[in-house]
Ligand binder design. Sequence first.
Ligand code: 13P
Length: 292
Amino acid sequence: MALVSMKDMLGQALAGGYAVGQFNLNNLEFTQAILQAAQVEQAPVILGVSEAYIPYMGGLPCIAGMVKALIAHYGITVPVALHLDHGSSYDVCIQAIHAGFTSVMIDASHHTLAHNIEVTRQVTQAAHVLGVSVESELGRITGREDDLVVDEAEGMYAVAEDCVQLVRETGIDCLAPALGSVHGPYRGQPKLGFDRMAEIRDLTGLPLVLHGGSGLPDDEIRQAIACGTAKINVNTDNQMACTATIRNYLNEHPDAYDPRNYLIPAREAIMAAVRAKIQLFGSAGKAGGNLR
Ligand code: 13P
């Protein structure tokens, strides 16, 4: 099946009370594992590519080519969106679209609201001409580099009125409001703003996106879905599953040298982790429907 945008898959998820997983690509093995997990679970899936991974994985055309070739090789029939995660500029979003990405996130959340709206509007205008979906962020989703404790994140919650203005003036397809989730491992108890989440869902009517989906308790994930979250981003949990498997293998086999010996079990561990998330998010068996 050809790559699709996120628009219809997220609309159906919001209406159906489940969430589609965005699983980030780190390399070939992650891409293989995520595609096969989605196929086995008969789930729509979003392959996320963070801007920092573009040079690491050999550039946008290489990534898009790899994804398309694997879809053909494995006979993947479930809907797959190829999505730029946290695009920092209009230019990188357009480059991703040019390379064949079917969805982009423009993250201008660290700018003023006016600037965020302006650049998001420009990206959306261009993307929609080509049927590409657009996600944008409001507030600050922190983590790793920012080195903040979770409690401090509350002051950075997205403001509902700002979300309404951004949605109205840009025409985006889904919104990632910062509501206490963080990228990477949580330091302390996560404190998600569920009331604000439901308020933003009610005021905008758009599918909401939860970044930092790793390490959240299952009941918080279910509550987020009940409050309008239709897309959940996961990377760290899959990275941990991969690296723990490699570490264990190499500890037990210090003379190993063939990468397949540890990368095949690592790939299986990623696949198991992704399948578990798909089941938790409720998107298993939801691959049907008329998706663009
Ligand atoms: P985690 O690495 O915390 O799962 O977050 C992933 C993410 O939100 C990518 O945008």
